[in-house]
Design a binder for this molecule. Structure first.
Ligand code: UFG
Length: 325
């Protein structure tokens, strides 16, 4: 099977490529190099192209016989999505439509989409099941919900079969220490806390301690990136075997507060981590926890690395390599 990994050199895409190295799948990458490093390609063929350039996307897809496309490329910064909604519409929605259109014309009908828990917004019940209605509370979440609706209509209009994987809080780094999370600017809690521990940052801002949660700070469901990529392998195999579209939450069914994350980082790094309580960040739901029964039962997915210790330890090993660079 020949697979195109779109956004393959970014944070999650690069972990996916490493996992693919253990398989016999025929892999190529399409990436605009906006984030991630070229050395992340692991010698797979890289097509440098932005999805907004539909003509080139079409050309690349028409010259190869891809059976399936995995789509990781997206803009993911919630704050930026408020300041620059056009960029989010373009990168996350229009570019995905470009890709789907090219696939439709070339009759490539298998698609794995990186969706997000952000489609649920402030959940009405916890843990959140896949049946929970869409209620995004920020423009980033809007774009992911929009694409999920578009996928449905492509299925109806041209027989696209897809799996939408709704990531909760992707985190951690490869256990071999060679790749990990690196965004510019970095906005995610775990890498920022560890930057404080390594001395690259002076303190960690805690965005709100007055939420209706046990310690007042936001609660999230942190899931290790290596467990996320394993879910992609299982989702892809299921799609190929059943030809049935599916939507799955990828989470650990366990919530940790911002304070708990900082505490775990202190224990692992053995460094005191100064905190500053700030006001709430716009577009942050108080609590997000995945109901993961569906993916566990249907795909036999079993997170192996998503305990908080392994997450923070792996991210710390990665942060130490970044500090040296
Ligand atoms: N936080 C802080 N200080 C920081 C950074 C984050 O207190 O410096 C808090 C946030 O307010 C939030 C929690 O830590 O309560 C986690 O924040 P992250 O930015 O790490 O992650 P988010 O929950 O905001 O977002 C992540 C992904 C999104 C995705 C969302 C879905 O980055 O792409 O999960 O739940 F939409």
């Amino acid at each position: 099977m020949k697979i195109l990994v779109v956004g393959g050199i970014g944070y999650i895409g690069s972990h996916m490529l490493k996992r693919f190295k253990e398989t016999n799948y025929d892999i190529e990458i399409l990436d605009n190099l906006s984030s991630g490093q070229k050395e992340n390609t692991l010698n797979y063929k890289l097509h440098v192209c932005d999805l907004s350039d539909k003509e080139t996307v079409y050309k690349i897809l028409s010259e190869q016989n891809y059976d399936l496309v995995m789509h990781f490329a997206a803009s993911i910064n919630v704050e930026e999505s408020y300041n620059n909604p056009k960029k989010y519409q373009q990168n996350n929605v229009i570019n995905t439509i470009n890709l789907l259109d090219c696939m439709k014309n070339l009759k490539i009908n298998k698609f794995i989409f990186s969706s997000s828990a952000a489609v649920y917004g402030e959940p009405e019940h916890l843990p959140v099941t896949e049946l929970h209605p869409f209620n995004p509370v920020n423009p980033y979440g809007d774009t992911k919900a929009e694409v999920e609706k578009i996928l449905k209509s492509y299925e109806e209009s041209c027989g696209l079969k897809y799996v939408s994987l709704r990531y909760f809080n992707a985190c951690g780094a490869h256990l071999d220490g060679t790749i990990g999370e690196m965004h510019d600017p970095e906005t995610h809690l775990i890498p920022l806390v560890l930057q404080v521990a390594s001395g690259r940052k002076k303190h960690i801002s805690v965005f709100g301690d007055d939420y209706p949660t046990p310690d007042g700070t936001c609660v999230r469901d942190y899931v290790h990136v290596m467990d996320i990529v394993e879910a992609h392998i299982l989702a892809m195999e299921n799609l190929t075997n059943t030809h049935k579209s599916q939507v799955f939450n990828i989470g650990n069914k366990k919530g940790f507060s911002v304070n708990q994350i900082i505490q775990m980082a202190k224990e692992i790094t053995k460094v005191d981590i100064p905190i500053k309580i700030q006001g709430r960040r716009k577009g942050d739901p108080a609590e997000l926890i995945a109901d993961n029964k569906k993916i566990m039962n249907l795909l036999n997915w079993n997170p192996k690395y998503s305990d908080l210790q392994t997450i923070v330890k792996s991210a710390w090993n990665w942060e130490k390599t970044l500090k040296i660079k």
